[in-house]
Design a binder for this molecule. Structure first.
Ligand code: XMP
Length: 318
């Protein structure tokens, strides 16, 4: 019978046998899969695992610092690389969602390749690929691993992609990954995190991306997500986030007429993201959240709640 304990024991032994005393590099995303893969590898090979955590400038508010701290606290050999400016520069003027994904994916590959080059003698690339990623041969997503897949067709691979691959989670499902993570002692809060797309807030800012828009959306998102946690709603929702719309609308402030931004909040129930239903969040919660956002986030004067299900409305707006 499959148990997380026996999985850990067997996988640690298999990793040790496979990579021996070679060095391994792994990209951490802050998500469940890459974190569990890293902790497993760390258990197997310790300091021969070199983790790289890239700030693409499109993460949630304070996420880079707090997750990096958490990784260090878990004893991982991790290097945080703040490449925000590089990503934002690569995105200037780009409005099309797929072009944004490409730009973000390419910037990630460049940054990761630069960092991997600074490590000497690395032989292996570890990835947090799980079974559904394996069977989903053509991925529609633009996260790190998906980008690497689509990039294979282009030719001229970056050097780190010539490394041998180790994927300790490739035979198991998400719920099993979470159980393995729990057995490994990973913080339950980290294991219970909502999915977050690789391109991050980049595909939640409709239209072109600027540092100011990122700041606005980070603040809005933080109020929404922290509110869900405070109201005990976070674990009842599969995924939640805010979208910054390319729309200004009229408001009044005292005697002044304002013309400011509109944000849409989205929370869905789902099992795999393929279909999703919007969540019937309590009106009192929506009311409080909307007030907080409008009072605290400069530049936003209107909040709407997305009541569309998938299909046809995708979870992300881009
Ligand atoms: P959609 O918007 O297609 O999203 O209903 C389904 C799930 O996939 C995530 N998603 C992405 N993840 N790169 C990713 O790594 C992407 O480009 C991407 N686009 C969507 C989305 O957050 C949801 O969990």
């Amino acid at each position: 019978d499959w148990t997380p304990d026996s999985f850990v024991e067997e996988t640690v032994a298999a990793i040790q046998e496979k990579v021996g005393s070679d060095k391994v590099v792994l990209g951490l995303s802050g998500g469940v899969d890459s974190t569990v893969a890293a902790v497993l590898l760390n258990k197997a090979i310790g300091k021969n695992l070199y983790c790289i955590f890239v700030n693409n400038g499109l993460l949630r508010k304070n996420e880079f610092e707090s997750v990096l701290n958490q990784y260090e606290g878990m004893g991982l050999n991790v290097k945080g690389v703040d490449a925000s400016k590089r990503f934002l520069d690569a995105l200037i003027g780009i409005k099309d969602p797929e072009k944004k994904r490409k730009a973000i994916g390419n910037a990630f590959i460049e940054v990761f390749d630069d960092e991997a080059h600074k490590l000497e003698d690395v032989k292996w690339l570890a990835q947090g690929t799980i079974y559904p990623d394996v069977i989903e041969s053509v991925s529609a997503t633009g996260g790190p691993s998906a980008t690497i897949k689509s990039h294979h067709n282009v030719g001229g691979l970056p050097d780190f992609m010539k490394l041998k691959i180790v994927e300790p989670l490739r035979a198991i499902f998400k719920d099993e990954v979470r159980r393995v993570g729990a057995t490994l002692g990973i913080d339950p809060e980290l294991l219970g995190r909502h999915p977050f797309p690789g391109p991050g807030l980049g595909i939640r800012i409709l239209g072109d991306i600027t540092a100011e828009k990122v700041r606005i959306l980070q603040d809005v998102d933080a109020i929404f997500i922290n509110g869900l946690k405070e109201w005990g709603l976070y674990d009842k929702v599969w995924q939640a986030g805010a979208m910054l719309l390319p729309v200004n609308s009229v408001g009044v402030m005292g005697d002044e007429r304002t013309y400011e931004k509109c944000v849409a909040l989205r929370a869905v129930e789902s099992t795999d993201g393929m279909t999703a239903d919007w969540v019937n969040l309590p009106y009192e919660f929506l009311q409080k959240t909307s007030n907080d956002i409008i009072n605290k986030v400069k530049g936003v004067n209107r909040v709407v709640y997305d009541i569309s299900s998938k299909p046809p409305a995708t979870i992300e707006w881009e």
